[in-house]
Write a protein that binds this ligand. Sequence first.
Ligand SMILES: Cc1cc2nc3c(=O)[nH]c(=O)nc-3n(C[C@H](O)[C@H](O)[C@H](O)COP(=O)(O)OP(=O)(O)OC[C@H]3O[C@@H](n4cnc5c(N)ncnc54)[C@H](O)[C@@H]3O)c2cc1C
Length: 397
Amino acid sequence: MAVADSVAVVGAGPVGLIAALGLAQAGVPVTVIERESQIVASPRAITYHWSALEGLSRLGLLEEALGIGFAKQDYSFLNFATGEQINYSLGVLEGRAPFPFNLHLGQDRLAEIALRRLQQYPHAEVRWSTNVRELTQDGSGVALHAEGPEGPVDLRAGWVVGADGAASAVRKALGLEFEGITWPKRFIASNVRYDFSKHGYARTTFLIDSTYGAIIVKLDKGDLWRCTYSESLELAEESISERMPAYFDVILPGARDIEVDAFAAYRMHQRAAERFRVGRVLLAGDAAHATNPSGAYGLTSGLFDAFALYDALAAVARGDVDDTVLDRYAMERRRIFLEIVSPAAVETKRLIFDTTDPQQRDADLVRLRRLATEPDVLLERLMLTARMRSEPLVLAS
Ligand SMILES: Cc1cc2nc3c(=O)[nH]c(=O)nc-3n(C[C@H](O)[C@H](O)[C@H](O)COP(=O)(O)OP(=O)(O)OC[C@H]3O[C@@H](n4cnc5c(N)ncnc54)[C@H](O)[C@@H]3O)c2cc1C
């Protein structure tokens, strides 16, 4: 068998590590290049939709991920103004999907599992504390120019995957626009040690309110919960922690001993790179597209990128197929983001955080109640995330 072309993956986030693992499993020499000295642990993704779990299972990651995190079927919308709770369950997927539940697990933990597996391959390497700054390419490969722990480093690979997040240096080096909008609000993701269920919150609650709206999710088997809420950009970022107790006083009235374990503030975007492929460089995950996280579609769609890309790129790197399959990857993943992922995330954000019109709110509630009472309506809604994945781009031989 011919020696496969090498691949460099920029970014040891979950998308980069999972794409790298898929490539390594397919026998492709792969180097992951990461700016930080370890996996970034700031509070971000926790929920992965049922439709992504087959892909994790195919890579051999699902069992361990479910052991550390947990499988979950129950979800709830809570109208803050009236206290109305609308519950629904993924149980309706039983018999229709191999994994009829969502996975809840911190994205850093998912990345750690992928990293441990990747490190078992002698042809896989991870270079930490190496910040990619520029790249140049020719007909046979790509040169990456980076700043390593001991000074400048030049690396060369046959192909490059830019999985270096929303501020992607790879995307910028390609001169690509990141087209779209940035929301004029600040989102605060807080990890809180406090049992929200004492106040009637379900393990995932979408708290609907134009002021106090939040996504509240139980994070682990103990009493760690995630509460993501929003505030005006006019408020000073430095004093978020001073304002936080007042917010919790409203949504958890009378609660004592709330312990904030970690929090981070984010700007949210709806953006996509103008192209996901330039020559021998491909973009995946947040480097290719960024969305607000209201529907938990960001990393879920990044995982679908990784699953589609590692298969296609491995086949190209081994010389099994020509590289037009990578154009199909680039066009298909961009189309799915723009036509399905981003509109769904915008609508979910509007519903939870932004609706001030009472008539619109009433119409939303009518629609949500049908999720709880009409299995076909619920099924149709749950199938949305199945439409976010791509059919295999390379047919199995
Ligand atoms: C509050 C919040 C909650 C969220 N919840 C969910 C959820 O529940 N479900 C979901 O699906 N999505 C969710 N998301 C979205 C999810 O976090 C992102 O989609 C995900 O992080 C994308 O992964 P990635 O690997 O593409 O990029 P990242 O996780 O951003 O990783 C990029 C990596 O590249 C590295 N890097 C950057 N620049 C360079 C460089 N120049 N050289 C080398 N390395 C570099 C970074 O250090 C980082 O390790 C949430 C986001 C937020 C903010």
